[in-house]
Design a protein around this ligand. Structure first.
Ligand code: GLU
Length: 316
């Protein structure tokens, strides 16, 4: 008996308005194994719930965006049989929405202009979990002798000391004090670009995302995002942070660690490695089947509980 008969074909076209997931790559480098894990994990979770799965290109950070890479990522996803259920949203076309969100934060007094240079912050800042904690020089206006008479360079959100407690479906409860561990963070950068934290929150709400499934490297960003959702009166989705793929040196696969692009010429074996990484234990005989049969098996057998046993794995 073949795999397809063992596991009845799952209707991948069914969709439910109740679950909306997404994959939101930044086009800074080609799709690598780690990003494919996030794409496949978010896709399988959405389709397991008969939900909608979207792709959003996070091409806001123009200095880091590599021309042609967004199309390359989309082509690679297609080669793996991953298609967005709705037209692709490009953050570079969403500036008006981010401006509106910034105005709303300005109106409520929850953001302030900051005239400090990177060097000044580096000289006087404490270290938090993600780099420097802004020392608060401009928190009460651009009056401090260090910055007086200068133009604002960026806009920062006022954070609070209260500990935010967040329940991640996989990582469990995480607790973070934004003021003590992150500090007042930037929503409009000194180079005039909107920051990832603001854009992601505006777009998750705009696209009606109910479930965010992504790599655990973004776990520490989640309290900032939930904080912004609260300030902007937006709904908070459920979060699942997947284990991240690391290389033999234990580093996260990324453009910086020179992760190689996924093999689009061998989608079946790569997808089986992705499923194994996600703890789904695909049977070895699946290697002889086509991509669509593997997706059918993966959807019919998707078990989010098995993600709990996975930590990271040396792979590339
Ligand atoms: N664009 C982000 C990245 O590629 C991911 C954003 C998200 O999933 O929230 O790291």
């Amino acid at each position: 008996m073949g795999i397809a008969t063992l596991h009845p074909t799952y209707d991948r076209m069914q969709s439910s308005p109740n679950y909306r997931g997404r994959f939101a790559p930044s086009p800074t480098g080609p799709l690598h194994f780690g990003s494919l894990v996030a794409a496949a994990g978010s896709y399988l979770a959405a389709k397991h719930h008969h939900g909608t799965w979207l792709v959003r290109i996070e091409d806001l950070d123009t200095p880091r965006t590599v021309p042609g890479v967004a199309d390359d990522i989309l082509r690679s996803l297609e080669c793996f049989g991953l298609h967005s259920d709705e037209p692709i949203l490009y953050q570079s076309q969403r500036t008006a929405a981010y401006e509106e969100a910034l105005h709303s934060l300005q109106h409520s007094g929850m953001v302030y202009p900051c005239a400090c240079s990177r060097k000044e912050i580096a000289d006087s800042a404490l270290h938090g979990i993600e780099g420097q904690i802004y020392p608060g020089t401009c928190r009460n206006g651009i009056y401090h002798p260090l910055v007086q008479g200068r133009q604002a360079r960026s806009w920062r959100v006022r954070t609070k000391a209260e500990v935010m407690k967040i329940d991640d479906a996989l990582q469990g409860r995480i607790a973070q004090s934004l003021e003590d561990e992150i500090g007042d963070f930037v929503v409009l950068r000194a180079d005039g670009l909107f920051a990832y934290q603001l854009a992601v929150v505006v777009d998750d709400a705009f696209q009606g995302i109910t479930h965010v499934v992504r790599g655990a490297d973004l776990l520490a960003s989640t309290p900032r995002q939930i904080y912004l959702q609260r300030l902007l009166g937006l709904v908070t989705p459920a979060y699942t942070h997947l284990p991240i793929a690391v290389n033999a040196q234990g580093e996260k696969l990324s453009k910086q660690t020179l992760a190689s692009p996924v093999h689009i010429g061998k989608p079946v074996s790569t997808l089986l490695r992705v499923l194994a990484f996600l703890g789904q234990e695909p049977p070895a005989e699946l290697a002889g089947y086509d991509l669509s049969t593997i997706w059918d098996w993966a959807l019919a057998n998707w078990d989010a509980g098995k993600l709990k046993g996975v930590r990271t794995s040396a792979t590339d």
